[in-house]
Design a protein around this ligand. Sequence first.
Ligand code: DGL
Length: 271
Amino acid sequence: MNNSAIGVFDSGVGGLSCVKELTALMPHENIVYLGDTARVPYGTKSVDTIARYAGEDIAFLERFNVKMILIACGTVSSVLMSRPLFENSSVKNYSGVIYPTVTAACAATRNSRIGVIGTPATIRSGCYGKAIRELRNDIKVYSKACPMFVPLVENGYIDKDDPVAKLIAEEYLEGMKREGVDTLILGCTHYPHLEGVISSVMGSGVRLISSGAEIAKYAERTLVSEGLQAEREERGTLELYCTDSEELFSENVGTFLGTTENTVISKCSVK
Ligand code: DGL
């Protein structure tokens, strides 16, 4: 057993999709979350810049003596496949979203046609396609960058019937629909917050795989198999940090997590 917190980070509020699942699966764990809201989006930036930001985010979480770090950001996870982001880190248990998500998608598809949507950086890296081919080379992968989804989420345009969100989703997903995918990877952790809109455009026959939820399930499996779960009677605490104004961040936390019980929200600097 290990009562240290689990560290989670993302460029903004997207990683809360992972936190939501983590608190449901392991309510007794303490969680420290960093949303780098001052520098969001990461997904339109270069690999060098994303790697530098990620290094600072990791160093910030290390200050809390965390037992594990979850990169709840598809963009940083794609960079982790080519850059040793944890080379100098004291934290040995860490994961990005790619492999847990791909494993779930390969298990879910029935027609061997998987769609991947993500930020421009993630889609450009081809990381999901590579990871899928490592597991199964019979699967056809269709990818599409959806850069306008992140600002929609960060600004709260997430309602299933929101006309702006719907129009943008239709524009992005039309080609994907035509390809007949039966499984769609939400390869950016912001996208599960738009699940209602995405699902209504894709149709109920298409299974959506949330990268945020899959990395949380991976964390639970790892902590259990390594005997590193927290041992406490009470609910764990949730310390949430953002690098820009707490105002919008707090609003989003309320919307995405549904509760702010046991939660402390603070502004921080990662430099
Ligand atoms: N939530 C992020 C991801 O999973 C990042 C979005 C962004 O910063 O562009 O890719």
